[in-house]
Design a protein around this ligand. Structure first.
Ligand code: FCB
Length: 446
């Protein structure tokens, strides 16, 4: 496919990272423990027992990383604030040195013409809040208020793009039902309580932002599941629609005042949602944009025996090093779906990218990651096509600037366009970095 489209000059090209995955300096300058520090030390949870102690050491090497961004011609850098770095106990006493770090990073970005886009919560919950119950308890969402306000107050004079939460699906279901992410629970009721409290925390942060009169754009980032029907038969189309209830509508619908999907709640009658009066209104505070993280699409088929009458269907696509199928056409479908569901507000792809088993060249100065370039190009093409169709896609953040701590996979999966040599933390731009530089410069039509 080649549409001949050139992205407009004001299309925002970015890269994304998250605090726990890149910062390191885990025990420096007063940072408190997060649930991921604990999870890394729980036997069997993270590959090889890898930790975030050093990560890519961005905490100390941010100036070098900002130079790499500048040479890339990057418009924006999405990073997250580590809640336990600024509130070591999650609430109460603030840690000024934590704020100092984010001030330095924001200033360095702005001095180099790069717009900061800040996520308030990308999964590193303070361990102290976990000890008090974590996301299954309401107090955690209530503590998000003081945290959000402190970050807006500290950085809001310079940061004009805010994302409240990253992928609440992961922070609730993957972490409390499937148990693959911290805190590693497998409890359905607690998982649904987490869904509501994460949504509530988002709503609370929205209110703080609006009431505080801060200047800038604020939204949230979801990883939506919009499965492809295995065939065009009506029952498969319905199955794919139902498959979006739990993993997408439980997060998206409340943001737009539609509440939780009744069809799904009826399918899990044993679950009680801990809704208090006023919560749903707060959660529905209008957002300025929706962020979507997209990596792949699965297919589902009708199955009368299954609890919600759908099952996964096999798909035959090449896969990345995560074993995730490469499905750019799914991004195209999802962009249209999100546009229909969100009433025309601006859309940003806040993450997209792929893991490859990258190898340094013999002389140690290059990484020929052709597979990643192919992946990116095919996804840029569908973005171009969607924009031509009228989808208000305003920007794209590539995951990731640099290889980093890939959660339960530790350092065994590489998503960066810059290679991180974990033996000495040296940065080596990969071929995809140079390719992305051309794309950003507008040299590549799609
Ligand atoms: C997303 C996460 C991000 C990164 C990518 C590969 O789910 O938001 O931190 O790990 O997956």
């Amino acid at each position: 496919m080649n549409t001949g489209y050139t992205f407009s000059k004001d299309f925002l090209w970015g890269t994304a990272t998250a605090s726990f995955q890149v910062e390191g300096a885990a025990w420096e300058d007063g940072r408190g423990a997060s649930i991921w520090d604990t999870f890394c030390r729980t036997p069997g949870k993270v590959a090889f027992g890898h930790t975030g102690d050093i990560a890519t050491d961005q905490y100390h090497r941010y100036a070098e990383d900002v130079q790499l961004m500048r040479e890339l011609g990057l418009g924006a850098y999405r990073f997250s604030v580590a809640w336990p770095r600024v509130f070591p106990e999650g609430h109460g006493t603030q840690n000024p040195k934590g704020f100092d770090y984010y001030n330095r990073l924001v200033d360095a970005l702005l001095e180099n013409g790069i717009q900061p886009a800040v996520t308030l919560f990308h999964w590193d919950l303070p361990q102290a809040l976990q000890d008090a119950g974590g996301w299954p308890v309401r107090e955690t969402a209530l503590h998000f208020e003081a945290y959000a306000r402190a970050v807006f107050d500290a950085l809001g004079d310079r940061v004009k793009s805010w994302i409240t939460l990253n992928e609440p699906w992961c922070a609730s279901l993957l972490s409390h039902l499937i148990g693959q992410h911290a805190p590693g629970l497998q409890d359905e009721q607690l998982a649904y309580q987490s869904i509501h409290h994460l949504n509530l925390a988002h709503g609370i942060a929205m209110k703080v932002f609006r009431d505080g009169g801060y200047d800038g754009q604020i939204g949230t980032t979801l990883n939506l599941s919009t499965p492809r029907p295995a065939t065009s038969r009506d029952e498969d189309v319905l199955a794919a629609d139902r498959a979006a209830d739990r993993d997408s509508r439980m997060f998206l619908d409340p943001l737009f005042g539609r509440g939780y999907p009744e069809r799904h709640l009826a399918a899990v009658p044993r679950v009680k949602m801990p809704i208090h009066s006023g919560d749903m209104e707060l959660i529905a505070t209008p957002i300025d944009f929706i962020g979507m993280n997209y990596y792949n699409e699965r297919a589902v088929a009708f199955d009368p025996e299954a609890p919600e009458q759908f099952r996964s269907a096999p798909a035959y696509y090449p896969v990345t090093h995560m074993e995730w199928p490469i499905t750019p056409q799914g991004l195209y479908r999802q962009l249209h779906w999100v546009h229909e569901q969100t009433g025309g507000i601006p859309i940003y792809i806040t993450e997209n990218g792929c893991a490859q088993d990258d190898q340094l060249s013999a002389e140690g100065t290059r990484v020929h990651d052709t597979g990643r370039i192919d992946y990116l190009r095919s996804h840029f093409q569908v973005c171009a096509k969607a924009i031509q169709d009228g989808v208000p896609l305003k920007g794209y953040f590539l995951w990731s600037l640099i290889d980093n701590f890939e959660w339960a996979w530790g350092y065994t999966r590489r998503f960066g366009i810059v290679y991180c040599d974990y033996t000495d933390l040296r940065r080596v731009p990969k071929d995809s970095y140079y390719y992305y530089r051309e794309v950003i410069a507008g040299h590549e039509p799609f």
